[in-house]
Design a protein around this ligand. Sequence first.
Ligand SMILES: Nc1ncnc2c1ncn2[C@@H]1O[C@H](COP(=O)(O)OP(=O)(O)OP(=O)(O)O)[C@@H](O)[C@H]1O
Length: 249
Amino acid sequence: MGEAILKTHNLTKDFGALRASDAVSIDLRPGEIHAIIGPNGAGKSTLIAQICGSLTPSAGSVEFLGQDVTRKTTRARAGMGLARTFQISALAMEDSVLQNALLGALGAHGSPWRFWRAAMGDRDLRDRAEAALARVGLQDAMYQRTGALSHGQRRQLEVAVALTLEPRAFVMDEPMAGLGAQGSKTLTGFLDSLREQAPILLVEHDMDAVFALADRISVLVYGKIIATGTVDEIRRDPAVQEAYLGAEA
Ligand SMILES: Nc1ncnc2c1ncn2[C@@H]1O[C@H](COP(=O)(O)OP(=O)(O)OP(=O)(O)O)[C@@H](O)[C@H]1O
């Protein structure tokens, strides 16, 4: 695997006396799914928020595509191709699937009606939106109301929206949350193929999904990375078993 696309260097975040991220250094390499796991309150969301720019670190830095982006806004990072998905659904439920993909392509969520009318007429944007929908398997649902999609299909649409921006890396926050067993299985298969498009930093509680998908896993406990390795290495690691996986492993 080549040079890392995304890296953190000693990323640290204090909330008063609580150190929620403690000198976290991880990287995301081309073509991989790197999962971050850890018990509730371990600092997974805090870490992702600093990587994406919605939370300022107390110390340390974030590097994306070889650039130090620690001081860049969320929007600037997104513009460079850092695609965050699934944290809060940004989909407009009353709009059609195609409209949502188009608005993503336009980077214009929340823009007035006349903007999207213009977007519908823009062949290039429309091609990009349609290609992204085809990529996630939603080409037949293009004209459906987004609110009528299943939870799993909405996740796929969120990925399509992200794809229209030609992402260089995905950061995914619990994509399996709220999906049933079948939905998780379908989404797992889909994410498996998505890593070729752009590598995925995946925070996920569903261990079946993590073990099925991850090329590498990092285990976060009390804000610190206690181990990084392949699925087998992590399953066998005594410190990980003690701190987190227990009988599950
Ligand atoms: N804005 C904040 N102010 C104060 N403390 C915070 C804040 N955000 C998070 N924390 C604390 O930081 C620690 C890490 O929280 P975080 O939400 O990052 O963990 P997590 O691993 O994402 O948990 P979960 O798996 O439950 O989502 C927790 O002790 C939490 O209470």
